[in-house]
Design a protein around this ligand. Structure first.
Ligand SMILES: [Zn+2]
Length: 194
């Protein structure tokens, strides 16, 4: 199992609902968790490893020892209030983009044991779910950029101007673009990679 990198066309595939969790699914989930930790991510969607099913793994714990699984996640409600967060993506190494998203969401998902969750998430967890659910819809953070910036970034990505290896956590990203949000809203200086 390997993380697909932009511009791999498989990152654009819309994932399908997972009908049931069998032993094969459990192996996939374990491998995804391992990969997420190995790459210093806090989330990893199945689309990112070439499996077009609505699954992602995540870990929002401080100690990075509490892996969780979200199956068939669905956002029920988005808050009007927005948050801007510097997002990274394991499929687009070394890039951080300020992305504006709903600050709060209500979301439904299942875990690998069939338990159903309906929760209201806020800030980082809301951002993470929106980022991962975007992956399951074939969307990437660069899609959120204004056309000009997006063209520039894609040109750089395709010409290999951005460094290959993802910087480890704690080290500032080697490449950051500054995009001015249309309105000044609450900004979060933290960043994370999913
Ligand atoms: Zn991502």
């Amino acid at each position: 199992m390997k993380i697909l990198r932009f511009p791999d066309p498989r990152l654009r595939i819309k994932a399908k609902d997972l009908k049931f969790v069998d032993s094969e699914t459990k192996i996939i989930l374990e491998k995804m968790k391992e990969l997420m930790y190995a790459e210093d991510g806090i989330g990893l969607a199945a689309t990112q490893v070439g499996i077009p099913l609505k699954i992602f793994v995540f870990d929002l714990s401080e100690e990075k020892n509490d892996p969780k699984v979200a199956i068939n996640p669905k956002i029920i409600q988005f808050s009007r209030e927005k948050i801007i967060f510097n997002e990274g993506c394991l499929s687009i190494p070394n890039l951080r983009i300020p992305v504006e998203r709903a600050k709060k969401i209500s979301v439904e998902w299942f875990d690998e044991n069939g338990n159903r969750f309906v929760q209201q998430l806020e800030d980082l967890s809301a951002v993470l779910f929106q980022h991962e659910i975007d992956h399951l819809l074939g969307k990437l953070i660069i899609d959120k950029l204004p056309t000009e910036e997006r063209r520039e970034i894609i040109k750089n990505l395709l010409s290999g101007k951005l460094p290959e290896k993802l910087s480890t956590s704690g080290i500032p990203p080697t490449y950051t673009i500054a995009v001015k949000p249309k309105e000044k809203k609450k900004s979060n200086s933290d960043s994370s990679v999913t």
